[in-house]
Write a protein that binds this ligand. Structure first.
Ligand SMILES: C[S@@+](CC[C@H](N)C(=O)[O-])C[C@H]1O[C@@H](n2cnc3c(N)ncnc32)[C@H](O)[C@@H]1O
Length: 256
């Protein structure tokens, strides 16, 4: 789908990053932790997937930091993909964009590669149901080469037998979010989407987005950490553990 009319995509990407930071004040530290691991463990010519990339904030940081790396950004959202393509383009032929639904069991066939060194994903996999998470991990185990890694940055809840830790994470997250959301000039998810949906040139693309995500039921409760640990271990990843954490905001790492 092409977008006509003048859209200031750079401005929308800056606003996207600011909006995401309202929810994740330590978003850049979490990106850094993931990239530190990639840089420490993998060759500088690595090929990475940015899974559920949105407009490619993580791809951009990875390609800036690692000038010989290549990245494939995968997402289903036509608005965010259009933004990423417009602002980042192919990043000197090092970045490819793939439109795919991660719930589709055959999504990896769209990638154009059969193996990658790393899969990175941020603030996204909680959109998927447990069965889709398990199927996704099985696909990732086929895609990531031996010695390669998966890094998932997301809110992943404490287990049920730690109710006080769960409660502390929920209370602090809510309190801090309210402070940032009400700060002067702050924009949250709903406000950002309402603003972009009001751009006449993007009306059709935004309607297409709504059709594609009609299945989604918004749920603010983070999925349990064990779901991902178990799914990755069952899929064949040999080491699975948290490498960065702030309350229940974590980076879960798995080694193939
Ligand atoms: C909160 S955004 C995070 C985007 C990006 N990773 C970031 O950190 O800025 C969640 C992303 O997950 C994507 N997503 C959710 N479900 C998906 C699915 N089934 N297939 C592909 N992408 C999906 C959305 O389109 C959206 O871009």
């Amino acid at each position: 789908m092409s977008v006509t009319g003048a859209v200031d995509w750079d401005q929308w990407l800056r606003r996207w990053d600011a909006q995401q930071t309202v929810y994740l004040p330590d978003r850049e530290s979490r990106f850094d932790a993931m990239l530190d691991v990639v840089q420490a463990l993998l060759p500088e010519t690595l090929v990475a997937l940015d899974l559920a990339s949105g407009p490619g904030s993580l791809s951009q940081r990875l390609l800036r930091r690692l000038p010989k790396a290549r990245c494939i950004a995968v997402d289903l959202d036509p608005v965010l993909l259009a933004m990423g393509r417009a602002v980042l383009g192919n990043f000197g032929r090092r970045l490819a964009w793939v439109e795919a639904d991660l719930r589709d069991r055959a999504w990896a066939e769209r990638l154009g590669v059969r193996e990658v060194d790393a899969v990175l994903t941020t603030t996204a996999l909680h959109w998927l149901e447990p069965d889709d998470v398990r199927a996704l991990c099985t696909t990732l185990a086929q895609l990531v080469r031996p010695g390669g890694v998966v890094l998932n940055g997301d809110h992943l809840a404490f287990p049920l037998h730690l109710p006080t830790l769960q409660q502390a994470a929920r209370t602090l997250k809510g309190r801090r979010l309210e402070e940032r959301r009400t700060a002067p000039g702050a924009e949250d998810w709903d406000q950002w989407w309402a603003a972009i949906e009001a751009v006449p040139a993007l009306r059709e693309l935004c309607a297409e987005r709504k059709r594609r995500f009609a299945w989604r039921e918004k749920n603010d409760t983070p999925p349990p950490l064990e779901l991902y640990e178990q799914a990755l271990a069952d899929a064949g990843f040999r080491e699975v553990g948290v490498i960065w954490q702030n309350m229940d905001n974590r980076v879960l790492m798995a080694v193939r």
